[in-house]
Design a protein around this ligand. Sequence first.
Ligand code: PLP
Length: 385
Amino acid sequence: MQLNFFSFPRRFYSTLRLPPTLLLGPGPSNPNPRTLASLSLNTVGHLHPSFLQLMSNIQHLLRSTFKTHNDATLALSGSGAACMEASLVNLLEVGDSIIIGCNGYWGDRVTNLALRHGFKPIRVESPWGQLIPTSLLVDAVKTHKAKALFIIHGESSTGICQPLENLGEICQKLGTFLIVDAVVTLGGMPLLTDVSNIDIVYSGAQKCLSAPPGVSPISFSPRAIQQIKSRKTPISCFYLDIIELLKYWGSDRIYHHTSSINNFYALHEALSILKEETLEASWERHRSVSNLLYDGLKDLGLKLLVDDPSHRLIPLTTVKIPDGIDGKKIQNHLLTNYNIEIAGGFGQLAGKIWRIGLMGHNSRPENVHLLLSALKQSFKDLYKL
Ligand SMILES: *Cc1c(COP(=O)(O)O)cnc(C)c1O
């Protein structure tokens, strides 16, 4: 991005000049103006009574958003990737095996992390863009008696939503812990942590919650906390140690690290906005707005990567790039001429798909109409179509 510091009036309060961009990629999404405004409130200390109250409110709001009663529900100072790593390093010890559902980039990322930390990944694979049959995952849980099963609920590299079905119940019976990545789904699609017997679930601020990136919700079941407390070896990472973190978030209020204070204001505001709308209404809004997008793309003659509507990741739609079209060129055109950001594919899907996010505050009909018009005009401008 070009930052032109010289052409900017001196009276402006910032040195930065960033063009307003409509973020319709896989994240970040644009925060609600109310959420953005909360960032500029005065910074207080991380142990200030009003900040401690705000932390408790965040925990309360997160429990309703995750649909859980888990006491150990909080937000880490870090992006979704920090929670992914936290879920692994807290629960697993060196040599433990973990079954990982792999049908896109994020399953590969979990495998990479597991290897780095000395855990043994057992990959259950499907082609990118397809569901992993639940029966394959169940078979793996029964065969391997692994410490954990890791599921990416919303695979943002492919646009697939992996159903959780009765995996949690089966895992619990067999002494395996279920970890779920809900970075894309929290707030945008049904996710029922307690009903689905999930042991560790996490998300990010900047997708369907529409808060700025930098803080990330995570929740641990009592069963998971009990297991973590009975580890034989210490948790290797202090920053992500949930037991230490709970001493700050719980009644002890012991300093652990300086939290991302202003980002927590924004997360609180974003969660409050979601509460005002209600979670169920937000799920329904995401569904109906994405349906509008599917119809509009069809009218433009474009095809979706995920055929079966019931397999689709509602907040993130993957579109096949037609033959003869340079996907990156269209993306650049949208960004330069219309200030709209969409993303391309990567890995097995590089150059083959676009990824369009309608997340949180951005999931609105007017954004769909804007994108479809801009897309149509871009095809005209670049390809005379
Ligand atoms: C975006 C994303 C992440 C990582 O989140 P960051 O905030 O970018 O670290 C993890 N999992 C999935 C499925 C995602 O889409």
